[in-house]
Design a protein around this ligand. Structure first.
Ligand SMILES: [Zn+2]
Length: 598
């Protein structure tokens, strides 16, 4: 908080040392103006797996801090109805007592070819009897191309039934805009090959690193996390699923010598990346009736609680936003039953800043539901708009992972939370909003709302955070992003070529890909020309680099004295896949924070 100028110090700061129950009991439940309001029902949803440091969690500083707060071990106890079942517990350091019903081995074709030719190593990796290996070899040989998958059953020693063995191969080489381990292919194959029930061991064998493209453990945590999402409302034929339906997936990463990676930092990196990613994906999957702005704020507060003493939480809610000048965020969210919020989490590195410490602001678009506002979306165009908070979910998960791993950087998380609803008080096309930057915006499309809330978010960051080096905003902002860079690569707008290069490399090493969009603010600014205000919020010509234009709109609200780096990430495409959130953003941001030159 010491970095925030006085304006924000008036905002209520919740003690992270309060228990969930204490927060629920001591704070008002529904007062929309009260800055610390947290509704009790949302707490039961602000929950599951990621918060609870598990017995298998890394011995990281996170675990230590969380344990000292009394949330270690099995974590907070939730009523059964609030659990997501069947639950898959992900662990990265299962002990020898773990006896799964199935094993899935994934790796490059050449790596698995070498392994299959070495019976002793293959039996050790799969933890099966050497006499069963011919069945595995036959399955492997049935994969004819550079990539593919196969499965077989082998007898369990001692007459204990059968054990399923799945094999997944990916190509030895890829083109320059893909991850060297084809992580997206592996995620897809894991979902296909892994049985839907029972404990499973997943063994990842990247093989020897080829020049400059070493597989970072965090990327392995991400690719597995994306295959095993948390959210579920499925029943067993109308009856709730029970603990008997839960299972454990244990992941083992093999090094270049095909030996398990077991050092603490690697295990911690995999676990924290997976936890952050599963958190982000769970929020994207949650229906809008449950994930209100208040519930999202409770999730952020739960992250702060789990991280402990190095993180502070604050929020500005409802009409107080307008009183303080956040006309963009207030305008977009003011018609909703649950009011808009600006939520801020601040992380300070333990032991204070060092020479390498940078100050970063992560700003997320959290439109918990986007009807389009009075420029209402169509009946088909609106479906899926629960995912319009994917940017906020991504940066929240990224913040969790970075802080859990003890990042050396100061990280400010700013979540712009609003529901773009319709009602008597909705903002209209032709209204003029007074933004936090001081600039005015004539609304010509209430469905171009993400840039309005983010403009206030980046204005807040650059006005109040001292010594800021980098602002990253992340958003499901434009459908045009999919046309420009596709469904796996977010489109980025970077104000320096160095930052652009770092972001691309961070994407490639994590699997959260990005590709540059045109950066040319002075050539595109006229798209927003307004006769009566400083700018409009939607472009004149949709055929003129509109995804870049949207980013430049947000950039235009950075404080004029801000001289640091600015990265806009439009991840409308990568935020979800096949009806599920992907947890996109956690890997990108964490790789970026660790990148050379930062
Ligand atoms: Zn919209």
């Amino acid at each position: 908080m010491s970095l925030i100028r006085p304006l924000l110090t008036a905002v209520a700061v919740a003690s992270r040392r309060q228990s969930f129950a204490a927060i629920a009991c001591t704070l008002a439940l529904t007062n929309p103006v009260l800055t610390s309001a947290v509704s009790a029902p949302s707490l039961s949803l602000a929950s599951p797996a990621f918060i609870a440091p598990r017995s298998s969690s890394p011995r990281s500083s996170l675990t230590t801090r969380a344990m000292s707060l009394g949330v270690g071990g099995s974590g907070p106890t939730l009523p059964d109805a609030a659990r997501h079942r069947p639950a898959t517990d992900l662990t990265f350091e299962a002990g020898p007592e773990f006896e799964p019903e199935a094993t899935v081995l994934v790796g490059k074709k050449s790596t698995l070819t070498d392994l299959v030719a070495d019976p002793a190593s293959l039996a050790a990796v799969l933890k099966i009897d050497e006499t069963s290996l011919p069945l595995v070899v036959a399955a492997f040989n049935s994969i004819s191309g550079k990539s593919g998958s196969a499965a077989t059953f082998v007898p369990v020693a001692g007459g204990g039934g059968v054990h399923r063995v799945g094999l997944v191969t990916v190509p030895d080489s890829v083109t320059r805009n893909n991850h060297p381990l084809s992580v997206h292919s592996i995620t897809g194959a894991l979902q296909k090959v892994t049985p839907s029930k029972g404990d499973v061991r997943v063994v990842v064998a990247p093989g020897k690193a080829d020049g400059g493209s070493a597989i970072v453990p965090g990327a392995v945590g991400l690719l597995v996390a994306k295959a095993f999402p948390i959210f579920s409302r499925k029943t067993s034929d109308g009856k709730p699923k029970t603990a008997e339906d839960d299972r454990t997936v244990a992941v083992t990463l093999l090094d270049g010598m095909l030996k398990p990676v077991s050092d603490g930092p690697s295990i911690a990196a995999m676990a924290a990346a997976a936890d952050g990613t599963r958190l982000a994906a769970r929020l994207v999957d949650t229906p809008p009736e449950e994930l209100t702005t208040a519930a999202f704020a409770a999730e952020a507060r739960a992250v702060a609680d789990a991280l402990g003493g190095s993180v502070t939480y604050s929020e500005i809610v409802g009409d107080e936003l307008r009183e303080r000048g956040y006309g963009g965020l207030h305008g977009v969210g003011r018609a909703a039953v649950v009011p808009p919020r600006l939520v801020t989490l601040t992380y300070e590195p333990e032991g204070g800043p060092t020479d390498g410490t940078r100050t970063v602001a992560l700003v997320g678009k959290g439109i918990v539901y986007d009807t389009g506002g009075l420029a209402l979306k169509s009946k088909t165009g609106m479906v899926g708009m629960k995912t319009d908070m994917g940017g906020a979910a991504g940066v929240l998960g990224a913040f969790y992972t970075a802080a859990a791993l003890g990042s050396p950087h100061r990280i400010h998380l700013i979540l712009c939370l609003a529901e773009n609803a319709i009602g008597p008080s909705a903002f209209r096309n032709d209204d003029i909003l007074n933004m936090y930057s001081g600039k005015t915006v004539e609304i010509n499309n209430t469905d171009a709302e993400g840039r309005l809330v983010l403009a206030d978010g980046v204005a807040h960051a650059t006005r109040h955070i001292d010594g800021l080096d980098l602002v990253v905003d992340m958003a499901t902002l434009t459908g045009a992003q999919l046309v420009a860079t596709g469904k796996k690569h977010a489109g980025i707008l970077a104000n320096t070529i160095e930052l652009e290069g770092r972001a691309v490399r961070a994407g490639l090493s994590s699997g959260d890909f990005v590709f540059p969009l045109l950066y040319a603010p002075e050539l595109l600014k006229s798209e927003f020309q307004s006769d009566v205000a400083d700018m409009k919020n939607s472009v004149k010509d949709r055929g003129n680099a509109q995804t870049s234009c949207a980013g430049h709109f947000i950039e235009d609200h950075l404080h004029p004295d801000y001289e640091g780096e600015y990265l806009h990430v439009d991840m409308a495409g990568p935020a979800d896949k096949g009806g599920r959130g992907t947890g996109y953003g956690v890997g990108l941001v964490n790789s970026l924070l660790k990148s050379k030159g930062f």
